[in-house]
Design a binder for this molecule. Sequence first.
Ligand code: NI
Length: 173
Amino acid sequence: MAIRDIVLMGDPVLRQEAEDVTVFDAALRALVRDMYETMYHADGIGLAAPQIGIAKRVLVVDLRRADEDDDEPPKVALINPKIVWSSDETYRASEGCLSIPGIEEIVERPFAIRVEGRDVNGNEVVVEAEDLFGRALQHEIDHLDGILFLDRVSALKRKILLKKWKKLEPERV
Ligand code: NI
């Protein structure tokens, strides 16, 4: 297992459309293990493969670190996930991203979704997710399509946040 480097906004891999996984082998399982380890090390609740520089449709989410009173917080690794249904009901909540450290903003998203995909062994899975779990999955699936959460805020907000991001640059190097 290894902690991988997390790529930051500005790296072109975060803007790429990630490719479907076609081979479910030991290398994929190792990738998922590394993604979990990297996410835990960075204190995140979700990570998509492009964030470690790999343009494949793989994500992990683990809400154990989220501040929630949940006895069994959801933990999932999804391969080739696809949102097949979203609720009309939306809600607004603050988001951040391990690839955009220091930046947070309110994002409006559907409250509930249904996702179809595969597990690490290639078995078909369906995941119903709402609230924070649904939000985390939507955020990570966006990464697989080259979308960042800043793309989902108003142009004005984005401008302000990009300015702040630039100002934080000296602290990143
Ligand atoms: Ni992110």
